[in-house]
Each structure stands twice: as structure tokens, then as C-alpha cells.
Design a protein around this ligand. Structure first.
Ligand code: BGC
Length: 756
């Protein structure tokens, strides 16, 4: 049946729930500096030119050089039919494309977008890894570094940060976000937006951020990419939406909608999400871009019959720019001319896009980002490399250590095993397409530089090309490559210590990389077990872009160091931690399950009527695996030990609007200096809606010398204690609460208080 979205919008259906908005056009308010300028350009534009601004193409690196032979795209730029291009990189190439735009009637500059997800040529740790640093200042600085390098290459706009909450490690794009926690994800969203954009979009060292994927893309059923999202409105508002809202309020210039449908309405055609919330309630003054082809995919969702219907649905719902569906260029004109889409919808979208082009300074000088000298001085600069190494150090999480780490200053002969330890390409991981691979420092190179006098023996240990042979829960009768394992054992037996790199290859986590079995490959597990038989201490480096399960190898590892994929300086950062030059301080931003079957698993679940416990069979659990995770959210070891007190409050009863100050004493009880991340959780003991067992509400990082203690203060208020009720009102109820402090979500000490 043909739906008329215009009718729906005009009817202004006041229903809570996804998809149906409140019928507001949600016009951008242009009372700022550029109001007059934007409108004066808009007045000159034909309908075709307006639609052109709403059209984005990928350049396929074709616009210049051979691209000049792509007569069609070049001519379309000249005709004002393209407002933005993605994937065109370099000061010179972007200049050449911009020159075509300057041949257009109104000389409206192009805006160049690119996925600068965790670096440009200099690659930083994966966003998920960096979230493990729990260091917002660092996260902001790497975003700023990535922006500087990208902007020097002619880029105005990154399609980042991805702020999708991810509770299911099977989903490959877990690597691209900040993990499972809403509070932490919101803080990281703010830091990344501030880092990319700085204080001033016209600064040629910054780029526009794009908060994505709006909304709830991380909640696809069964961890499958692009899959259906079906959840209660309460969960959507409480768990999934806050990081997007935080990104919007931090001033993100743009938003990208998502491939998934939410409770029956494709996000791209979702008016409630894009208009009522984003452009209405959250006051967003930027523009939205579709995900790649997502307007066209509204047809595949079988929500509309054809591309024309998709264009209508998307534009009315508030999708301003069409990335690569070619739906707007093909159909918007007709839809406006036959009255289906009111012109004011087009005008609002174009105003939003023009506003950002003005704010970027492109109307003053369309070539201001095309400076080849700046590009040469910025790309892979020593300063950016140093930042990458610092980020690498702080992102590593020490999961297990039976006193084998740090290595001795003179560790003797080191057996370094595993193809991943000698691979540059794998270290940059997914979504680092522009990363300079020859510049990457491997683990082998990092160790050789750190221990020049040590003998470092190397063996690959497994078939690098053996692919994803994961056999969770199965014991392989035969090693995948017995010769390689035998060679590795022979090398190990000549050494004093064994370091073995296992895990995922660099492209095993990422877009369209969902896995039904997230275990470390079976041959890697077997290798670790065999190496242990040499009697040498075995240090396992786990490389991955998502939580993985360790299976049988765990007991054979004397130490487990989660290195993720750390980017350009991976090998140096890993050597920093193994040597103790940097005392590991990373904490898990996402739960690591024991087996894939526990997914989705996350710390802030509900109690249920039969809460998990050890003394009864009929609880919310499985019969074949413990209900606890392998490693809980927030977990990470150090080369020192810390003690964290319960939160101390000045009184036990607080008024509803009072600030609640909690003091926590943290002490370094070990023998070396270290950094602890003190975590504060809250729990509403009894409420009119079932509540999570705990929720993170604050972290404080402290650097402490051995024997040093410090008091850290947390301040929380009523919003930290509230929740959405069934009417979708955010409320805080009086009653009893527990505040918990600890070094991870499991090991906490609590204090109760009452809210009146
Ligand atoms: C991804 C987006 C990305 C876009 C452009 C899509 O497939 O989902 O995250 O920004 O491609 O490369």
C-alpha cells in the first residue's frame, strides 16, 4: 500500500514510540552570525541546486587524475548536482575537485567527508581499545590529532564518533565504539566530538564530527550487522539514546542515521528519532546524512515500494543528505513539484548544510584545507606518533599475571611466537583504510628496540592464512599445522621466556564482521597449551577488536595482556607495558564472556525474579557454564595493587535536589607507582520500575606512588539516580540507594543512603 508520509506528518500524530514523530518540521534556527548569509544563498538557488546540496557521492578516487575522465561526476559538480563527496583524499586532489565546484553557477563549495575513525595516516588504538584507557583527556587528544592530520589532507568532515552502545560481542562493530556502558559512552562521545571539532569549525586543524549511527545500530538482534532492532522505548531511552544526545549537546555538526529499523520503522525514515528528538528536543542545528545507501535500503526493509517512496520517507523524516542512494537526485524534484514534499522541508535541509559550509569557512576560501605544505608537515609527524604510543600504552589491559610481568631488565633470550607479532597490517585493525602500513611498529620490532642486547627468537606458530577456524568448546584432535607448532616449541625451549601473540586478524572485527563464535582460533589456543609444556613462562598477547573467549588456553597462560589493535605504535606500546616502562592501567569497557553463548552479556543487567547466585539451581543462568563473565566490565590489573574504600558520605539522608558528595580513599598497596581508575556505581534498591543491579556514574583516575593514599571525590545528583518510567518520563524516586566504589564492576564496596 502506498503510504503518504506528508499526510502522516501533517496529521501530527502525538504518539510516543519510534517512527511516529510529532509532526514538527523542526526548522533550524538561524539567528547566528550566518543567518543572513545562508538565506541569501538559498534565495538564489534553483530546486535542482538545492537537491544537489543534499546529494553526496563517493569519489572512488576518481575525481582527479583519472577522475577528470569521469565526465559524469565532474559535470555533475559543475552543474551543482553534488553537495558533498566522500573518500576523496589529499590536499591536491580535494583542491582539484573544489575547482570544479567553483565552476558551478553559484560556486557553492563541496564538503569532503571520510571515515577517520581512529586516525588517518597515523593510526591510534581502536576506539574500543582507547575507551579502555578511561582517560577522556587522551581520547579527546587523539581525536584532535586525527582531525589535524585529516584536515591537512583536505578533509572537512569525519564520519565519527560511532557512539552505538554495544552489549553483544558477536557484533563486529563493537570495535568502533566505547563499549557497553551508557554513562561512559556518553562521556566518550563528548570527548571525541570536542576533539574532532575543537572550539571553532573554521580552524583548519579541525573537522566536523558525525555522531553515528542514529539510532541503536549496536542492538541488532543476535549481534548480526544491519539486523532488526526491537526493544522497549524505555530501554531505547535509558540505555541507547544518551550517548547520541551527549554528542548532540557537545555540538556535533552532523549526525548519521543507521541501517537498522527500530521497532518497525527504518531509522533513515524515522521521524521520531530524527525530528522529534534530535532536531526538536535536543536542539540540533547541524545536518543529518544517511548511511551508505540506507535511503535506498528502506525499500529492502519493505517499508516503501520503490526508491521514490524511500526519498519521500527519508526527507520527511529528517534525513538531510543522501549518501550514495541517489534517491534524492532521482526523485526529490518530482516529489516537490507534485506537492508530496513541501518545499520548506527541502529548504530546511539545505539551510542546515549551507550553515556548516559557512561555519567551516568554505565560502570565504574553498581551498583553505588544501595546503600541501601543511599536509607534508602534519602527516605522520613525530608528535602524532608519540600520541599514538601514549594512547597505545594506556589502552592495554592486563588480564592475568602470575608474577611473570613485567619482564626483567635483562630478560635473557625471548621466544616471540605468532604471526600477529610480526604483522604490520594487522596492527592497525579495521576502519583504518588510510593508515600508513610501512610506518607501523610490530611487536617484534618494538621488542628488538627495547631489548637490543637480548636474543629474540621468532617463530610464526600458526598458519597465518588459516582463516577463522574457531572451535569453541571443542578440542582439536590434530593441530592445524603440527610442523609450525613443533617449530615454535623448539624455539621456545631455547628461551628464558615465551611471548606469544594470538587472536583475531586485523579485519576480523569491523563492519559486516559479526561472528557466531568469538573464541580465539583453535590453533592459537592449542599453540599456547603446547608452549606451556616447555616449562617456560608463557606470556600471551591477545589481539582483537572485540571481546574474545580464551577457551582452553587460559590456564596455560602465565600472563594475559589484552593489546587489542593499537595502531601505528603498537609494537612500542606493547614493549612499554611488557617491560614495565609503562605500568598497565587499561580497564575493560566491555564484558568478556566465558563462551559466546553468554552474549549479550553486560554488567548492568536487571535483578530478575531469580537473581544469579551460587546456592540454587533455578536462577537466571545456564546449566553448562557459570553465570559470571570471564572478565567483568571495568576489570584490569596493574603491576602494583590498590585498595579502594567504600564511599564515605557526610550524612545518610539527602533531599531530592541535594548534591551527594562521596569520598573514596584509594591506596597504592604495592611496590611500584601506578594508575588506578576508581569506579562509582549506583543502585536504586526499590523502584516503581525494575532497575539495573548497578550503573556506572563516575570514574576518577589517580596516579599513586607506592604507599601513597588519596581521597577522591564524586558528586552525583538526582539525574544520576533517575530512570524512565512507562510514560517515558524521566523520574527520580525517593527511597534507599546504594553507592558502590571499586576497581571494576564486580569488586565493589557499598554504602547506603536515603533520598527524601
Ligand atoms: C558505514 C558508515 C560509514 C559509511 C561511509 C557505511 O557502510 O556504516 O559507518 O561512515 O559506510 O564509509
Amino acid at each position: 500500500m502506498k503510504k503518504s508520509f506528508a499526510t502522516l506528518v501533517v496529521a501530527a500524530v502525538m504518539l510516543v514510540g519510534c517512527g511516529r514523530g510529532d509532526g514538527r518540521l523542526t526548522k533550524v534556527s538561524l539567528d547566528g552570525e550566518y543567518a543572513h548569509k545562508v538565506d541569501s544563498v538559498l534565495k538564489l538557488m534553483t530546486l535542482d541546486e538545492k537537491i544537489g546540496q543534499m546529494n553526496q557521492y563517493s569519489c572512488d578516487a576518481l575525481v582527479t587524475g583519472p577522475a577528470t575522465r569521469d565526465e559524469d561526476k565532474v559535470q555533475q559538480i559543475i552543474d551543482g548536482r553534488i553537495g558533498s563527496m566522500l573518500n576523496l583524499i589529499g590536499a591536491q586532489k580535494t583542491r582539484e575537485a573544489q575547482e570544479f565546484a567553483m565552476q558551478s553557477r553559484l560556486q557553492i563549495p563541496l564538503v569532503f567527508g571520510l571515515d577517520v575513525i581512529h586516525g588517518m595516516r597515523t593510526v591510534y588504538p581502536l576506539p574500543l581499545a582507547e575507551a579502555a584507557s578511561f582517560d577522556l583527556d587522551l581520547i579527546q587528544r587523539t581525536a584532535a590529532g586525527a582531525a589535524r592530520e585529516a584536515a591537512s589532507q583536505g578533509i572537512h568532515w569525519t564520519f565519527a564518533p560511532m557512539v552505538d552502545i554495544a552489549r553483544d560481542a558477536r557484533w563486529g562493530r563493537v570495535m568502533e565504539g566505547a563499549g557497553e556502558d551508557t554513562w561512559w559512552g556518553s562521556r566518550v562521545a563528548e570527548a571525541r566530538v570536542h576533539g574532532f571539532q575543537g572550539d571553532d569549525l573554521s580552524d583548519t586543524g579541525t573537522v566536523m564530527a558525525c555522531v553515528k549511527h542514529f539510532a541503536a545500530y549496536g542492538a541488532g538482534i543476535a549481534g548480526k550487522d544491519y539486523n532488526t532492532v526491537d526493544m522497549s522505548d524505555v530501554t531505547l531511552h535509558e540505555i541507547y539514546l544518551p550517548p547520541y544526545e551527549a554528542g548532540a549537546k557537545a555540538g556535533a555538526a552532523t549526525f548519521m542515521n543507521s541501517f537498522n529499523d527500530i521497532n518497525g520503522i527504518p531509522a533513515t525514515a524515522n521521524e521520531y528519532i530524527q525530528r522529534t528528538l534530535l532536531k526538536g528536543d535536543w536542539g540540533f542545528r547541524g545536518f543529518t546524512v544517511s548511511d551508505w545507501g540506507s535511503i535506498g535500503e528502506v525499500v529492502n526493509h519493505r517499508y516503501v515500494a520503490d526508491l521514490k517512496g524511500a526519498a519521500e520517507a527519508a526527507v520527511l523524516a529528517g534525513s538531510d543528505m543522501d549518501m550514495e542512494s541517489r534517491a534524492y537526485v532521482a526523485h526529490l524534484k518530482e516529489l516537490v513539484e507534485d506537492g508530496t514534499v513541501p518545499m520548506e522541508y527541502i529548504d530546511d535541509a539545505v539551510r542546515r548544510i549551507l550553515l556548516k559550509k559557512f561555519e567551516l569557512g568554505l565560502f570565504d576560501d574553498p581551498f583553505r584545507y588544501c595546503d600541501e605544505e601543511r599536509e607534508a608537515n602534519t602527516v605522520l609527524s613525530p608528535e602524532l606518533r608519540a600520541l599514538s604510543r601514549e594512547a597505545g600504552d594506556r589502552s592495554i589491559v592486563l588480564l592475568k599475571n602470575s608474577s611473570v610481568l613485567p619482564l626483567a631488565e635483562k630478560p635473557g633470550t625471548i621466544a616471540l611466537i605468532g604471526g600477529l607479532a610480526d604483522s604490520k597490517a594487522d596492527m592497525i585493525g579495521f576502519w583504518a583504510n588510510q593508515g600508513n602500513i610501512p610506518a607501523v611498529v610490530t611487536v617484534r620490532e618494538g621488542l628488538e628496540m627495547r631489548y637490543p642486547s637480548s636474543h629474540i627468537l621468532y617463530a610464526p606458530g600458526y598458519d597465518f592464512e588459516s582463516g577463522m577456524k574457531t572451535h569453541e568448546g571443542e578440542h582439536l584432535a590434530q593441530p592445524v599445522n603440527p610442523a609450525k607448532i613443533a617449530e615454535a616449541k623448539a624455539v621456545a625451549s631455547k628461551a628464558d621466556v615465551v611471548i606469544v601473540a594470538v587472536g583475531e586478524r586485523g579485519d576480523w572485527s569491523g563492519e559486516s564482521k559479526s561472528r557466531a563464535d568469538i573464541s580465539v582460533p583453535a590453533d592459537h589456543q592449542l599453540l599456547v597449551q603446547e608452549l606451556k609444556k616447555t616449562g617456560k613462562p608463557v606470556i600471551v598477547l591477545v589481539m582483537c577488536g572485540r571481546p574474545v573467549t580464551f577457551g582452553d588456553m587460559e590456564p596455560s597462560a602465565d600472563a594475559i595482556v589484552l593489546t587489542w589493535w593499537l595502531g601505528t605504535e603498537a609494537g612500542n606500546a606493547i614493549a612499554d607495558v611488557l617491560s614495565g616502562d609503562y605500568n598497565p592501567s587499561g580497564r575493560l569497557p566491555i564484558t568478556f564472556p566465558r563462551v559466546t553463548g553468554q552474549c549479550p552479556i553486560y554488567y548492568n543487567h536487571k535483578s530478575t525474579g531469580r537473581p544469579e547466585n551460587d546456592s540454587w539451581q533455578y536462577i537466571t543462568s545456564y546449566t553448562d557454564v557459570d553465570y559470571t563473565p570471564a572478565y567483568p566490565f571495568g576489570f584490569g590489573l596493574s603491576y602494583t595493587t590498590f585498595e579502594i574504600s567504600e564511599p564515605k558520605l557526610e550524612k545518610s539522608v539527602f533531599g531530592m535536589d541535594e548534591q551527594i558528595k562521596a569520598v573514596v580513599t584509594v591506596s597504592n598497596t604495592g611496590s611500584v607507582a601506578g594508575r588506578e581508575t576508581v569506579q562509582l556505581y549506583v543502585r536504586d534498591e526499590v523502584a516503581s520500575m525494575t532497575r539495573n543491579v548497578k550503573d556506572l556514574r563516575g570514574i576518577v583516575q589517580v596516579d599513586l606512588q607506592p604507599g601513597e593514599s588519596r581521597d577522591v571525590e564524586f558528586v552525583i545528583g538526582r539525574d544520576d539516580l533517575g530512570f524512565y518510567n512507562q510514560k517515558l518520563e524521566f523520574i527520580t524516586e525517593p527511597g534507599e540507594f546504594t553507592l558502590m566504589a571499586g576497581s571494576n564492576s564486580r569488586d565493589v564496596k557499598g554504602t547506603k543512603f536515603t533520598l527524601e
